[in-house]
Ligand binder design. Structure first.
Ligand SMILES: [Zn+2]
Length: 123
């Protein structure tokens, strides 16, 4: 078979160094149904071999990072933000307790009330 007669998707697979393994689709992921459209093009159907390959990869590593890397990155960013916010809340609680010592100083009482208001929003 000459290169001109080889479908582009088969050539692409070969150029990447993969040895075609599936006898149904030649590792293209699409197999010829045997039918044709009215305009003459063959009708291709999804080959089940890709489902098998995807299932194998899933069983090997079904981590969020492997399959949904953008979501995994966003989750890490949100976790880091949550950690920073938790540290800020801890610091505010310590400040609020420290201000108990100055219960007779008006600015401290006012500041403590503001901190308590903030803490009720995150509790
Ligand atoms: Zn196949």
């Amino acid at each position: 078979m000459s290169d001109d007669a080889t479908p582009a998707k088969v050539r692409l697979t070969d150029e990447l160094g993969h040895t075609p393994r599936c006898p149904e689709c030649n590792d293209t992921g699409e197999r010829d149904s045997g039918g044709a459209h009215p305009w003459g093009e063959p009708i291709y159907l999804a080959c089940e071999c890709k489902d098998v390959e995807i299932g194998r990869r899933w069983r090997e590593d079904s981590s969020l990072a492997a399959w949904f890397p953008i979501t995994a990155r966003r989750m890490r960013e949100l976790q880091e933000e949550n950690d920073r916010l938790c540290a800020a809340v801890t610091l505010l609680r310590e400040c609020e307790r420290t201000l108990e010592m100055w219960a007779d100083v008006a600015p401290a009482v006012s500041l403590r009330a503001d901190i308590r208001k903030l803490l009720t929003q995150v509790a």
